[in-house]
Design a protein around this ligand. Structure first.
Ligand SMILES: [Mg+2]
Length: 230
C-alpha cells in the first residue's frame, strides 16, 4: 500500500515543481502575467497558458502514477482533459513522451514556438523525483490497487496562483487566499463505492526563502477518516 502513496507523494512534488517553475522562471512567468499588458494575441495566448499549466500537471501525475501502477492507468481522472486547444489554432494532446526533447517539441507547438518555455517545462517534467514519508511508509490498507480510482485537481485556487499574492496572513493556520492557498490535490477513492481512501495535499508555495525569494513546499499524506475503517 505504501507504494501507491509513495508514488502519489512523488507525483505531487513533481506537480508542485511545475507550478513553481511557471512562477519562478522568467520565460514562463512572463506567460502567466502578460495578460493585462500584452497585445491582443498575447492576451489570448496567456489566458490559454493558465489552462495549459493545469493540463500539464494533471497529465504528468497520470503518467507517473500509471507507469508504476499500470492497473490504475485507466482509473486516473481529473478536472482537465489532456486535449489542449489554444486560441491561436494550435491543438495538441498533451503527453509525457519517452524523451525530454520530444516532450519539449510537443509543448513548443502550443507555446507559440517559445522554445525556452517549452524546454523549462520539459526539463521539470522529466526530472526523477522520489519522496518518502515515514507515516506513508507505515500505511497498511487491505484494499487492492485494482479497485482504486484517482481524482486529480492539478491546481486548486488557480486564480490565486496566477495573482500570486504572498502577503496574505493565515487564519487559524489556513490561508484564505494568496499564493499559499494554491494546492495540488490528489484523492484516492474506492471505485465501487466512491468512498474516499486516502489522498495527498501538496502546498507548492508553503515557505518563501527571504534571500532568494524562492518558494518550497510541504507535501503531507492525508488519511481520510474512512480509511481507518477498512
Ligand atoms: Mg483546479
Amino acid at each position: 500500500m505504501a507504494g501507491v502513496l509513495r508514488a502519489l507523494l512523488s507525483a505531487s512534488e513533481k506537480a508542485a515543481n511545475i507550478a513553481r517553475v511557471c512562477r519562478q522562471e522568467g520565460a514562463l512567468f512572463q506567460l502567466l502575467i502578460q495578460e493585462k499588458t500584452g497585445a491582443d494575441k498575447n492576451k489570448k495566448f496567456t489566458q490559454d497558458f493558465k489552462t495549459l499549466a493545469d493540463v500539464i500537471i494533471q497529465e504528468v501525475v497520470r503518467h507517473d502514477v500509471g507507469k508504476q501502477f499500470p492497473e490504475l492507468l485507466h482509473a486516473i481522472h481529473g478536472e482537465e482533459s489532456n486535449t489542449f486547444e489554444n486560441r491561436l489554432g494550435g491543438r495538441v494532446e498533451v503527453q509525457v513522451c519517452s524523451v525530454e526533447t520530444d516532450t519539449a517539441a510537443l509543448l513548443c507547438s502550443v507555446l507559440d514556438g517559445n522554445e525556452e518555455a517549452a524546454g523549462l517545462l520539459a526539463q521539470t517534467i522529466h526530472q526523477e523525483i522520489e519522496l518518502r514519508d515515514p507515516a506513508a511508509e507505515r500505511l497498511e490498507l487491505a484494499i487492492p490497487t485494482s479497485s482504486m480510482g484517482i481524482w486529480i485537481d492539478p491546481i486548486d485556487s488557480t486564480n490565486q496562483y496566477i495573482k500570486g499574492r504572498g502577503d496574505v496572513d493565515p487564519e487559524k493556520g489556513l490561508y484564505p487566499s494568496g499564493l499559499q492557498s494554491a494546492l495540488v490535490l490528489i484523492g484516492v477513492y474506492d471505485r465501487a463505492s466512491g468512498e474516499p481512501i486516502m489522498g495527498v495535499i501538496n502546498q507548492p508555495f508553503n515557505q518563501c526563502d527571504p534571500g532568494s525569494l524562492r518558494y518550497s513546499g510541504t507535501p503531507s499524506p492525508t488519511n481520510c477518516t474512512v480509511c481507518s475503517e477498512h
